[in-house]
Design a protein around this ligand. Structure first.
Ligand SMILES: NC(=O)c1ccc[n+]([C@@H]2O[C@H](COP(=O)([O-])OP(=O)(O)OC[C@H]3O[C@@H](n4cnc5c(N)ncnc54)[C@H](O)[C@@H]3O)[C@@H](O)[C@H]2O)c1
Length: 265
């Protein structure tokens, strides 16, 4: 059977993932500020703690999968950082003990390809997030919700990579990964889709359309399943070619292993 928790379950991607998982015979516990089994506001520590208690009670203390998908794009940059980064991290960390009781457990954070397709993301804000300093992160969130959004999603992807490889996660048999969708046709971006599709070379989408929530749901269902048993700390982009079009030759950017190899003089 399998029990999966989805935060942001009332939204475009969350709802579509819920429908997909139902078809696969899963039980879903939705978390959202509206229209969900567990109503919780993940922007505050109190709301996050209440959510963890309510999910523990609803699930009987055991879940097999988690999608941390609650997120906003604005208008308040501080709320963007609090929900997208600190809400997601508190969700993943807080529900880990329940995942530890599950079978083939898998958790996925929803990041975004804005982490590689927007310019000048402030590293100070990334560091404040990764240092778990919500007060400082909110101070550094700046005035532009778009920058706060992309930076919160970059921090979430880095946190996922750091965390996934640890004793509490893959060392305990629990997979943790992230997905980085590009433009997906959901209420989150409904007002801006036409504008974004017309950005041309600034934001090229080789497939020439937004993604569908069901396409993200397919990827999430795969990553939740035992078929994805060797995924650990991956950040899986799905964006119609957007990141490849902008950054094809920038990959790989992260091979820092040269000094470790005992070769040469
Ligand atoms: N749509 C896109 O283009 C796109 C692209 C990349 C990443 N994402 C990410 O995917 C995730 C899902 O987005 P979506 O497109 O389905 O958006 P959506 O707005 O349709 O859904 C987001 C859900 O999060 C919930 N939510 C917002 N604030 C909350 C809070 N404080 N506590 C609990 N729940 C809260 C909303 O009520 C909503 O149901 C988000 O994290 C978003 O950043 C979306």
């Amino acid at each position: 059977m399998g029990t999966i928790v989805i935060t942001g379950s009332a939204g475009g991607i969350g709802q579509s993932t819920r429908e997909r998982l139902y078809r696969d015979g899963k039980e879903v516990i939705g978390v959202d500020i509206r229209n969900a089994e567990v109503i919780a506001d993940l922007s505050t520590p109190e709301g996050r703690n209440a959510m963890i208690g309510a999910v523990a009670a609803t699930s009987g203390g055991r879940i097999d999968g988690l999608v941390a998908g609650a997120g906003i794009t604005g208008p308040d940059p501080q709320q963007v950082v609090s929900i997208n980064y600190f809400g997601a991290v508190a969700t993943v960390e807080g529900l880990r003990p329940l995942l530890a009781q599950g079978t083939d457990s898998s958790a996925i954070a929803i990041s975004s390809n804005s982490s590689t397709t927007l310019v000048s993301l402030p590293e100070g804000l990334v560091d404040a997030c990764l240092n778990d300093d919500e007060e400082q992160a909110r101070e550094l969130a700046g005035a532009d919700p778009g920058t706060a959004y992309a930076t919160s999603k970059l921090a979430l992807a880095r946190w996922t990579r750091r965390t996934a490889i640890g004793a509490d996660w893959i060392g305990s048999g629990i997979r943790l990964n992230a997905v980085a969708p590009g433009l997906i046709d959901t209420p989150l971006v409904a007002d801006n889709i036409d504008m974004i599709m017309n950005l041309g070379d600034v934001y090229p989408i080789p497939q020439n359309r937004p993604g569908r929530p069901a396409e993200v749901a397919n990827l999430l269902a795969f990553l939740l399943s035992p078929d994805a048993s060797f995924f650990c700390g991956s950040v899986v982009f799905m964006d119609g070619g957007n990141d490849a079009a902008l950054n094809a030759d920038a990959w790989p950017t992260t091979n820092t292993t040269a000094d470790r190899w005992p070769v040469g003089d």
